[in-house]
Design a protein around this ligand. Structure first.
Ligand code: PEP
Ligand code: MG
Length: 325
């Protein structure tokens, strides 16, 4: 199997009916970077920067963050890297930061909420990224954006840092794109506004599904109760893909479901053309794509969603469909 997938490395991910899908890779540590070349992924679609912070003995200084981002970019010479700003809080604890007791940490002070309330930390991280991205294409996205105002506030901080760098005559990135993660359900009702304002959108389906179903993603008692392949989740995800297409904002999905072949099939059928996943998922998902007639799958999934039979998941039907092809 592994060898079979290795052979697919340089084969473009194109469906039988000629639709090209962009497959990107998720990463979080420098040791993940060689997979970029091995898998043939188009880019790093999600770089989880908090891992460096979680492993450090204390809060990394600006120069340490800079060296780290520079090393990551140097390990991806021809390909873009999408850095996600610090997503700490909830399950991701920094041992050297005062622990805050919260009744509901997943609903608590985390990710961009900390970044906006303690802008010094976010500013330092953005400055390190902007410097590390000198003369390159730099992509940065903000986690847990709940409304357009939070995106605008984070963007303003990034632009202020860019201005600072230019005024001090440091080399700045040749191109900068700022994106929003779509993983808090409230954003679905501002999806047109955010699609107009962000340079790109990235769907964090792990969190989006957790918050849609009010079911802790790390508590298997409840997380297994609801399926990603349910009509409500698929309709929500479709709405995001449609808004991106309508406003010319590229949309990638970077949650774990994008790396599972049946779920990836469903995502393509509702309009996704770009997925970012763990390196080991790229081979299996690509091989599904190479065998897929997307036009037909699209019609089939649309008929399942239109049937309104109240079934909690389309998984079994979709699996039978995929096996029968
Ligand atoms: C997600 O929520 O789907 C996501 C990609 O981010 P994380 O798993 O790091 O929360
Ligand atoms: Mg998330």
């Amino acid at each position: 199997r592994q060898e079979q997938y290795a052979k697919l490395r340089d084969v473009p991910a194109v469906t039988k009916d000629g639709v090209e899908i962009a497959l990107h890779m998720n990463a979080g540590l420098a040791i993940d970077m060689p997979h970029l070349h091995e898998t043939g992924a188009r880019s790093i679609g999600l770089f989880r920067t908090e891992l460096q912070f979680m492993l450090a003995p204390r809060f990394p200084r600006m120069d340490e963050q800079y060296s780290f981002y520079k090393a990551v970019l140097d390990a991806a010479p021809e390909k873009p890297v999408t850095f996600r700003t610090l997503d700490i809080g909830s399950d991701k604890i920094l041992p050297y930061m005062a622990k805050i007791e919260e009744e509901n940490p997943a609903l608590g002070w985390r990710a961009i909420r900390i970044g906006l309330d303690r802008p010094g930390l976010l500013r330092m991280q953005l400055r390190a990224m902007l410097k590390a991205g000198a003369d390159r294409h730099l992509r940065v996205m903000f986690p847990m954006i709940a409304n357009v105002a939070e995106f605008e506030a984070a963007k303003a901080i990034a632009l202020r840092e860019l201005d600072h760098i230019r005024r001090h005559r440091y080399r700045s990135p040749a191109r900068i794109e700022l994106g929003a993660m779509v993983e808090v359900p409230s954003l679905l009702w501002e999806i047109d506004l955010i699609a107009q304002r962000a340079d790109f959108l990235s769907v964090g389906s792990n969190d989006l599904v957790q918050y849609m179903y009010a079911a802790d993603r790390d508590n298997t008692r409840v997380s297994k109760r609801y399926d990603n392949l349910s009509p409500p989740v698929l309709r929500a995800l479709e709405r995001i893909a449609d808004a991106g297409a309508r406003h010319g904002a590229p949309v990638t999905l970077c949650g774990e479901m994008g790396g599972r072949p049946i779920e990836a099939l469903a995502l393509l059928a509702i309009g996704y053309r770009s997925l970012s996943m763990a390196p080991s998922s790229i081979g299996p998902v690509k091989s599904m794509i190479l065998n897929l007639n997307l036009d037909e799958a699209q019609m089939y999934l649309a008929s399942l969603l239109a049937s309104d039979d109240g079934a909690p998941s389309v998984r079994d039907k979709l699996r039978d469909y995929a096996i029968a092809r």
